[in-house]
Design a protein around this ligand. Structure first.
Ligand code: AMP
Ligand code: MG
Length: 349
C-alpha cells in the first residue's frame, strides 16, 4: 500500500483535504494526524475491522487499549452512558486538551478499543487538524500514538512515515506537535480519581478541579500498573539511555565522566543537555552528538523536544545516550516518566 502524504496548514486546515482523509476513515482505513500531544493513528472507533488494522500496523499488543477522540462535547454520549462525579468539571476545564478520561464503556463501543475492559478512554484533542478530521468524518476516532509499538512517539509527520509508511493509508502533515508528550490518563471509574499516566495536563492543574486525586503508584515504583499499556517498554531509542540525576554540578561531572568511560570503549555517545550546560559538555565531554533540550528551568521545552531528540540518536546510530534528569513537578512529571521508561539505567550521583 502506498501511504498518501497530505499536507495541511495546522491553524486553518483546508476542508477539502480533511474530507479526503475523512473518507478514508469512513471506509475503514487508517489515517495518521497531528494532535497537540503527538501524532495519532486514527480509525473509526465503532468499526472493529478498522481497529484491528491499528494493532497490526503498530505491532501493538492486543491488551494495550486505545484512546477514543471526539470533537464535540455531546459526542461523549456515544462513548459512555454514565459520567462519574467530576467528569463534567474536568471536561469543561481541560477539553479540548491533553487530558484523557477513563469512563464506563458504552456497549456500542467495540471491546477491542479497550482491550476487552469494560471501561473506555476518551479525550477531545485541541488541534485544528485533529478536530477537523473528526468533525469531517462524523465519527469518534480511536487513535494511539502513530509509532511502531515500543518506539518513541512521533511529533513530526516524518517520524510517522519512518515507522508506518506502506502500512497505513494516509498521513495528514500539520507540522510539529506543541506539547510533545502524550495526554494525562485519569481513571474516573474508581472511588478516587486516579492518574494512570502523567501527561500534558499536570497534577497541579488537576488538583485545581479535584478535591481528591491519587497517582497510580506503579509509575513511581515500576510495579505492574493499572493502565494496561504502561507495562510495556515504551519510548525507547535503539541506544542505551542513561539518565543521570542529582545536584546540578554533580550531574554534569557524572555525565562528563561517563562520556569518557564509554568513549574509551569506542562507543558513539549522545548527550541531551540543558541549554546552559552545552558549553561545558562541548569542552569537557566526549560525544558524537550534543543536543539541547532547552533551558534547565523549562521542562515544557524538553518535553516538546524529547522524542525527536531520541529519534535523531537512532538516525545517527548512537549507542549510549546520556541525559540530565529533571525535577518531577509540572510537566516534568510526564517528562521524567517517559525518560525513566526509555532508560536502561538511572544513576543517582
Ligand atoms: P497511546 O494512545 O499510544 O498513548 O496509548 C493509550 C494509553 O491509554 C494506553 O497505553 C493505556 O495506558 C491508556 N488507556 C487507554 N484505555 C484505557 C482504559 N480503558 N483503561 C486504562 N487505561 C487506558
Ligand atoms: Mg503510544
Amino acid at each position: 500500500m502506498k501511504t498518501k502524504l497530505i499536507r495541511v496548514r495546522p491553524d486553518v486546515p483546508d476542508i477539502n483535504k480533511l474530507s479526503q482523509a475523512a473518507k478514508i476513515i469512513k471506509k475503514g482505513g487508517l489515517v495518521a494526524f497531528p494532535t497537540e500531544t503527538v501524532y495519532g493513528l486514527g480509525a473509526n472507533a465503532l468499526n472493529e475491522k478498522a481497529l484491528r488494522k491499528i494493532f497490526w500496523a503498530k505491532g501493538r499488543p492486543a491488551d494495550n487499549p486505545l484512546i477514543v477522540h471526539i470533537s464535540r462535547f455531546r459526542d461523549i454520549r456515544l462513548i459512555t452512558n454514565y459520567l462519574p462525579v467530576g467528569a463534567k468539571e474536568l471536561m469543561k476545564r481541560f477539553w479540548p486538551g491533553p487530558l484523557t478520561l477513563v469512563l464506563p464503556r458504552h456497549p456500542r463501543v467495540p471491546g477491542i478499543v479497550s482491550a476487552g475492559l469494560n471501561t473506555v478512554a476518551v479525550r477531545m484533542p485541541d488541534h485544528p487538524v485533529a478536530r477537523g478530521l473528526i468533525r469531517a468524518s462524523k465519527l469518534p476516532i480511536a487513535a494511539p500514538s502513530a509509532n511502531l509499538s515500543g518506539k518513541p512517539s512521533p511529533t513530526l509527520a516524518s517520524h510517522v512515515l519512518k515507522d508506518l509508511a506502506g502500512k497505513i493509508d494516509a498521513v495528514l502533515d500539520g507540522g510539529k506537535c506543541d506539547v510533545g508528550v502524550e495526554s494525562t490518563v485519569l481513571d474516573l471509574t474508581g472511588e478516587t480519581p486516579l492518574v494512570l499516566r502523567p501527561g500534558g495536563v499536570t497534577l497541579e492543574q488537576l488538583k485545581e478541579v479535584l478535591s481528591k486525586v491519587s497517582i497510580d503508584p506503579a509509575f513511581e515504583t515500576g510495579s505492574a500498573p493499572k493502565a494496561p499499556g504502561m507495562k510495556y517498554t515504551h519510548y525507547a531509542p535503539n541506544g542505551d539511555l542513561i539518565l543521570v540525576s542529582g545536584e546540578d554540578e554533580a550531574v554534569q561531572q557524572g555525565i562528563i565522566r561517563l562520556s569518557q568511560d564509554y568513549g574509551q570503549k569506542n562507543l558513539s555517545i549522545a548527550i541531551l543537555s540543558a541549554e546552559e550546560h552545552l558549553f561545558k559538555y562541548k569542552q569537557e565531554a566526549k560525544h558524537q552528538l550534543l543536543m539541547s533540550l532547552g533551558p534547565a528551568k523549562s521542562p515544557e521545552v524538553a518535553a516538546n523536544r524529547l522524542y525527536d531528540a531520541l529519534r535523531q540518536c537512532d538516525q545517527q546510530k548512537i549507542s549510549v545516550i546520556l541525559c540530565e534528569a529533571y525535577p518531577k513537578t509540572g510537566i516534568g512529571m510526564a517528562l521524567m516518566n517517559r525518560l525513566e521508561k526509555a532508560a536502561l539505567e538511572v544513576i543517582n550521583v
